[in-house]
Write a protein that binds this ligand. Structure first.
Ligand code: RAT
Ligand code: ZN
Length: 460
């Protein structure tokens, strides 16, 4: 809601004055429902796959990495990961929140989350016990809905990995349930009762981009499919239908080549025959499946997996690398009718990828991913994107792994997006352009999900 004085200005002229901009933009951004187009969340009906609550928040991999920077040397990675989750959380609380000022983005994020959940008094006492008790008293389904409401997330897209048995067991009865004629048998599908308006799905296909035929062929074998590229296509078609996927997605390995930059097969099978290359798996499996099902492909570039293997148990061992943008350029050129969504992890890649975003009608840039999901970087990257792309991009996705993280990731992102937009609108108004509150609402809605929907719906 606008404050009375600002409402008055708007009502008289229909147009905003330069002084109105900060408040109007901040109120519009903070009240707009967002589409969160990449998360690692699951519905409460998927039981232990859904992470939520204070112990999960505190043992999030960003915080585990930060803990090890300051923890005593005798707490080894091995010793830490053999503790219970609550013991790990206790240590992180002690070292990062009590002995030091919790000033990093991930640390402030925990506190913003608790504050927005209404736990201000408990934060003041810095006592983890009562915070833990509060979470223990929440019902997971009601809590998830509360988090959606507080963070104003209309829906989130999950990451659904057909190569991961822990996940597939929530959708299909057995690890050996067969795929016949590109389908699972109806009797093998487990009923899904979750709220499909809140949780959408995406089919994750990393082993294709990794050229990891071993993982793929093991899964084909389990499902009674031939160990061929055709078998791989049937596998993905069957899973896309189980999940009702909104898009295919993958992150690339650190060294990722495609066509002229592909370095060849990544291994051999037992008979000594080379595995298919990543290029073959992309061109002959991923692209044909995307075309056939009419699904876009979301790609994430620039993760450097396993930089610190000691942190791998919590998913925190990965680093960042400047990615080669040529493979994406090549895919956009070769397949102008296939839609690609892309995000890059390195700050260094951001300018290059903005320019690429202007050149290809089948490319949509989204989000400030992972190590970029920090206020200063979101603000500067969003500003650059506004300058180069107008509102034809998606400003953020949360990548939340813990349900409660939606609260802080969106609260903090909204603040940074507001700052970037205010500056850009002020530039616009210096030209004498008449801007209404409706214009601002339309632009904000685009940045927070509308541009994604427009891209998904547009005909190429
Ligand atoms: O952001 C993260 O939490 C990372 O660990 C990755 O999972 C990344 O988001 C990915 O999707 O690969
Ligand atoms: Zn992710």
């Amino acid at each position: 809601m606008l404050s009375p004085s600002h409402s008055a200005t708007v009502q008289q002229t229909g147009c905003l004055s330069a002084e109105d901009i900060p408040l109007v933009v901040s109120e519009t951004v903070s009240s707009c429902q967002v589409i969160d187009l990449h998360t690692h969340l699951f519905p409460p009906s998927h039981g232990d796959l859904l992470s939520w609550g204070i112990d999960d928040l505190l043992t999030y991999h960003y915080l585990v990495s930060e803990f090890f920077m300051v923890a005593p040397g005798d707490i080894t990675h091995q010793a830490f990961f053999s503790m219970t989750k609550s013991e790990q959380a206790d240590l992180i609380w002690e070292f990062l929140f009590r002995r030091r000022t919790p000033i990093s983005e991930a640390q402030i994020g925990v506190l913003t989350t608790l504050q927005k959940l209404g736990l201000d008094d408990l934060i003041r006492n810095k006592d983890l016990g009562p915070i833990r008790s509060w979470f223990q008293n929440q019902n997971p389904s009601e809590h998830a809905e509360n988090v959606f409401r507080i963070s104003k997330v209309k829906y989130c897209v999950m990451t659904n990995i057909p190569f991961d048995e822990r996940e597939t067991s929530k959708w299909v009865r057995d690890t050996t349930s067969p795929i016949v004629n590109e389908k699972f048998l109806a009797d093998d599908l487990l009923p899904q009762t979750y709220d499909k308006e809140r949780f959408k799905t995406a089919l994750r296909v990393d082993p294709l981009l990794n050229g990891d035929w071993e993982t793929i062929s093991n899964c084909l074998e389990q499902r009674g499919l031939p160990l061929t590229l055709e078998g791989a296509r049937s596998f993905l078609v069957a899973w896309a239908s189980v999940y009702q996927a909104e898009y295919l997605m993958a992150s690339t390995p650190e060294i990722f080549g495609y066509h002229e930059t592909d370095t060849g097969p990544k291994g051999k099978d037992k008979s000594g025959k080379s595995w298919p290359t990543a290029t073959e798996l992309i061109d002959q499996v991923m692209i044909p499946v995307a075309k056939r099902l009419g699904l876009p492909i979301a790609m994430k570039f620039g993760a450097c997996r396993g930089m610190q293997p000691g942190l791998d148990p919590c998913g925190g061992g990965d680093g960042v690398t400047v990615a080669d943008t040529r493979p994406l350029k090549k895919m956009c050129q070769l397949y102008p009718r296939v839609k690609f969504l892309a995000t890059f992890l390195s700050k260094v890649n951001q300018h290059e990828i903005c320019v690429m975003g202007q050149k290809f009608r089948n490319l949509h840039i989204y989000g400030c991913w992972w190590y970029l999901n920090n206020p200063s970087m979101i603000e500067s990257i969003t500003r650059m994107r506004l300058e180069l792309l107008g509102t034809a991009f998606t400003s953020q996705h949360s990548d939340a792994r813990i349900m409660d993280q939606l609260v802080y990731k969106w609260e903090h992102s909204r603040r940074s997006i507001t700052k970037a937009l205010v500056k850009q609108f002020q530039q616009l108004m210096m030209t004498g352009w008449m801007l209404t509150k409706e214009d601002v609402e339309k632009d904000v809605e685009r940045l927070l999900g509308g541009a994604y929907t427009e891209f998904m719906e547009k005909k190429l």
